[in-house]
Ligand binder design. Structure first.
Ligand code: DX5
Ligand code: ZN
Length: 215
């Protein structure tokens, strides 16, 4: 399985957004990771669909949208209308996760479920065959540039076992504190997609950094 990278736009220079997105267009990045925060589910507000509408017109990469919001069901249509490829909702934000996942898929998008660092992967036992991807948070969501939580390696291993046992096709994505130092170990542990914000957008050369992640 090809190892993928999804740079997180949250760490881009919002004063020069078009420039930073163009750098990603010219790089080997696989997806563009989009962090939407509501100030309720997480203690921060980022940007919303009016901004994403313009981002979509600037990027050539598939959109990996990570919704850190309560009631994500309300925004399935908005996600679809900005051309989202993969819509990630938090396990902790969905009372009726099975319904949410199926509504996302019926809308024609891939469906991902995201787990906060404290949420055990075993809670996915009865939904793992319905999702296209599991996003493991390796920091508490809300901010870029935080320190990677090492227990994530333990969760990756348990998630791999669950996926294998249930014969699920779900991909594994990891988000938070990912950098060029821990990336090889994470890919080797079985991660399919790494998200990286600061490590990519705050580097000297975005294109070269993406290349380094993927080599
Ligand atoms: C955190 C977001 C992440 C964030 C990652 O709540 O979900 O996607 O942008 O940023 P880094 O890679 O800087 O930890
Ligand atoms: Zn994210």
């Amino acid at each position: 399985m090809k190892k993928m990278l999804a740079p997180s736009l949250l760490s881009a220079d919002f004063g020069h957004l078009a420039h930073d997105i163009e750098q990603i267009n010219q790089s080997d990045a696989d997806w563009l990771h989009i962090d939407i925060m509501d100030g309720v589910f997480v203690p921060n507000i980022s940007f919303g669909f009016p901004v994403l509408k313009y981002v979509k017109n600037l990027t050539v990469k598939p959109l990996d949208v990570h919704l850190m919001i309560v009631n994500p069901d309300k925004f399935i249509n908005e996600c679809k209308s900005v051309g989202t490829m993969l819509m990630n909702v938090h396990y902790e934000a969905c009372t009726h996760l099975h319904r949410t996942i199926h509504l996302i898929r019926e809308a024609g998008m891939k469906a991902g479920v995201t787990l906060n660092p404290h949420t055990p992967v075993e809670l996915l036992e009865d939904i793992i065959c319905d999702v296209d991807l599991v996003l493991l948070m390796s920091v508490n969501p809300g901010f870029g540039g935080q320190t990677f939580i090492e227990n994530t390696f333990n969760k990756i291993e348990r998630l791999r076992q669950l996926i294998a046992r249930r014969e699920s096709k779900a991909l594994i994505e990891v988000d938070g504190g990912v950098n060029l130092t821990n990336a090889p170990q994470l890919y080797a542990a079985g991660v399919d997609v790494l998200v990286a914000g600061h490590a990519v957008f705050r580097s000297e050369n975005i294109v070269q950094t993406v290349k380094a992640f993927k080599s």
